[in-house]
Write a protein that binds this ligand. Structure first.
Ligand code: UN1
Length: 515
C-alpha cells in the first residue's frame, strides 16, 4: 500500500550533473573513467532510484596488485618519521574542509543522506584528521622499571603493514577516514574496498588523498582504492601481506571473514551489527528524551549502525513518551534529501524496504502493534521512501533481537531498572546504548560493570552521533573492534618490548642462575 505522494524530487539529470561537477572539483574525471576497464559497477542514486554512471570495477587481479603495491609503499613509509606522516593527514584535512560540500553532495546522491548529515559525515572526517595529526606526535610507548640492575625495560610501537579497509554504504567516507588517518600516521598503508553502492564518494575521497600525498611529496600508493565485488576482494581477506583488516558491515559478513583472517593469524577490527536501545526512566526529561530518540531512530532513515532500534520505557511514563514520539513522527518531513526541509531521505534500495516490510510483518506475528509508519511513499518505481515506524511490543521477541537496517523502533516497557537492563542486554549485538534519567544512581548503574554491555553507553543522549575522540565499536556480535579516537591506534601498530642491558653483568630475570 502506498501512502501520500512525495514532493517533487531533484531529477536524475540534475543529480548526475551535480555528481559530475563535485567529482571534477575533487579531481575525478568521471567521463574519462566511464567505459574504462572491462567490467563495471553502475553508480546509482536512491533519491530517484536511477543509474548515474558506469564506473570501472576492480577485479581479483587488481586487488592482488593493489596489495603488492601498498606493501611496497609500506616498506618506505614505515621509516618516515611519524610527525612527517602527520603532515600528509594535515593536508588531507585541509582539502576535505575545502571540498566539504563536494564530498557531502556525493554522499547525499549515493546514500540519500540529508545534507546536514552528509556535511556532518565530512566534518567527522576533518575531525579525525585533526586527531590523527596530533596523534602523530604522541605514538609513545611506556618505560617500566626493570627488575634487574643496569637494565631498562620499555616498549616501542611500530607500523604493521597494509591495512585492508572494507566499508559499508551508510558511512561511505567517514569510516574510511577513521581507519586511513590513523593507519597513515601509524606508518601503515591502506587498500580500501568501498561498498559497491558508493563508488563515486570513494573515488572523490581517494582523489583528495592522492592530491594531498602529491602536494606534500609523500610516496605513491599509500592508499589504493579497489571498487571490487565481495568475490573479487578475497585476496584482501586472505593475504598475509595484509596484517590487519578493518571491516564494517553485517554480522553475516563478519562471521564469514573473521575465521579466515584468524586462520592466517591476521588481526581484525570488526564493526558489525547494532541493536541499540535506550532506557527511559521515570525521572527522564521527556522533551530531551523524545528529541534524542527521534534523531537516533528516524535520522539517516534508520541506516546507521548506531541507529536506535529499541526503547525500553518505564511503565508509568510509557503512554506519555509514546504519544510524544508519535507526535514527532507524524510531522517528520520525508522526501528529497537534497531539499533543506527534509529530515528523512530514502532507503538505500528495494532490498532495504523489503527487509523493513518483512520485519514489520514478523513483529505483528510476534504480538506487536504498529503504531505509526511502515508505508512506502508514492514516488518513482526504483526509489524507496519509507515512513519511519514505531511498533509497540509486549516483550522482547525474535524480530526485536535482530538488526533490521531500516527505521523501525520497537517500544517495550519495564517495571524495575534491573529488568530494563536485562531486556537491554538480551540481544546478540553490543554496539551502542543510552539511558535517559535525571537520577544519578540510575545513570551510574547503567554504565557500571553490570549495566549496559555495549561498547558505547550514553546518558541523556541518543545512541547515534558519537564523536571521533572516543574509541568507537562494540561487543558480542558487533565484533569487538575499536576504531577512531582514544587509544584505538594501538590496533594499527605492533608493539615491541625492549630490554636493554647497560651494565657489564648478565643477571637473568626471575633470579635464574645458569653458570
Ligand atoms: C556507522 O553507522 O557505521 O556514531 C557509523 C555515529 C557516527 C558513526 C556511525 N559517528 O552515529
Amino acid at each position: 500500500m502506498l501512502s501520500p505522494a512525495l514532493c517533487e524530487l531533484t531529477t536524475t539529470d540534475d543529480l548526475r550533473a551535480l555528481a559530475r561537477a563535485s567529482l571534477t572539483r575533487c579531481g575525478v574525471d568521471i567521463d574519462a573513467l566511464a567505459g574504462a576497464g572491462s567490467s563495471t559497477i553502475t553508480a546509482r542514486t536512491p533519491i530517484t532510484g536511477e543509474d548515474l554512471f558506469d564506473f570501472p570495477a576492480a577485479d581479483a587481479a587488481d586487488v592482488e596488485r593493489a596489495v603488492d603495491a601498498a606493501h611496497e609503499a609500506y616498506l618506505r613509509w614505515r621509516t618516515v618519521p611519524a610527525p612527517v606522516r602527520g603532515g600528509l593527514i594535515k593536508r588531507l584535512g585541509e582539502l576535505l574542509a575545502e571540498h566539504k560540500a563536494d564530498v557531502a553532495h556525493l554522499i547525499g546522491i549515493e546514500v540519500g543522506k540529508i545534507s546536514a548529515e552528509a556535511l556532518g559525515e565530512v566534518q567527522e572526517m576533518i575531525d579525525i584528521c585533526d586527531f590523527a595529526v596530533g596523534l602523530s606526535r604522541q605514538l609513545g610507548g611506556r618505560t617500566m622499571p626493570s627488575e634487574r640492575p643496569g637494565h631498562r625495560l620499555m616498549e616501542t610501537w611500530h607500523p604493521m603493514g597494509v591495512v585492508g579497509v572494507i566499508s559499508a554504504f551508510n558511512f561511505p567516507a567517514a569510516v574510511w577516514s577513521w581507519n586511513l588517518a590513523i593507519a597513515i600516521v601509524c606508518g601503515d598503508t591502506v587498500v580500501w574496498k568501498p561498498s559497491q553502492l558508493t563508488t563515486l564518494t570513494a573515488a572523490a575521497c581517494s582523489a583528495l588523498f592522492d592530491r594531498a600525498a602529491r602536494e606534500v611529496g609523500a610516496p605513491e600508493n599509500l592508499n589504493i582504492t579497489v571498487p571490487a565485488s565481495g568475490a573479487d576482494s578475497q585476496a584482501l581477506i586472505d593475504s598475509r601481506k595484509v596484517p590487519l583488516i578493518s571491516a564494517t558491515g553485517s554480522e553475516r559478513m563478519g562471521a564469514e571473514v573473521a575465521p579466515r583472517i584468524a586462520a592466517r593469524f591476521g588481526r581484525a577490527i570488526l564493526e558489525l551489527g547494532g541493536n541499540n536501545a535506550a532506557i527511559v526512566a521515570p525521572s527522564a526529561d521527556l522533551d530531551l528524551a523524545t528529541r534524542g530518540i527521534v534523531f537516533s531512530a528516524a535520522g539517516t532513515a534508520g541506516q546507521r549502525c548506531t541507529t536506535l532500534r529499541r526503547v525500553i520505557v518505564h511503565e508509568d511514563i510509557a503512554e506519555e513518551l509514546i504519544s510524544r514520539i508519535l507526535k514527532a513522527y507524524s510531522g517528520l518531513p520525508i522526501g528529497d534529501p537534497m531539499s533543506e526541509s527534509t529530515l528523512v531521505g530514502p532507503l538505500i534500495n528495494a532490498g532495504a524496504f523489503a527487509d523493513m516490510s518483512a520485519a514489520l510483518e514478523q513483529a505483528r506475528a510476534e504480538g506487536g502493534t504498529v503504531l505509526i509508519g511502515g508505508q512506502r511513499r508514492e514516488g518513482p518505481a526504483g526509489a524507496f521512501y519509507a515512513e519511519p515506524a514505531v511498533v509497540r511490543m509486549p516483550r522482547q521477541s525474535d524480530i526485536v533481537r535482530a538488526e533490521t537496517f531500516a527505521p523501525i523502533l520497537y517500544v517495550m516497557t519495564y517495571a524495575t531498572l534491573a529488568e530494563a537492563i536485562e531486556i537491554h542486554n538480551d540481544v546478540p549485538q553490543g554496539l551502542s546504548s543510552a539511558i535517559f534519567t535525571l537520577d544519578q544512581r540510575e545513570a551510574e548503574q547503567f554504565i557500571a560493570a553490570d549495566g549496559s554491555d555495549c561498547g558505547l553507553a550514553n546518558v541523556n543522549i541518543g545512541t547515534s552521533g558519537a564523536e571521533i575522540g572516543g574509541a568507537f565499536g562494540g561487543e558480542k556480535t558487533t565484533g569487538g573492534g575499536r576504531e577512531s579516537g582514544s587509544d584505538s591506534w594501538k590496533a594499527y601498530m605492533r608493539r615491541a618490548t625492549n630490554t636493554i642491558n647497560y651494565s657489564a653483568e648478565l643477571p637473568l630475570a626471575q633470579g635464574v642462575s645458569f653458570s
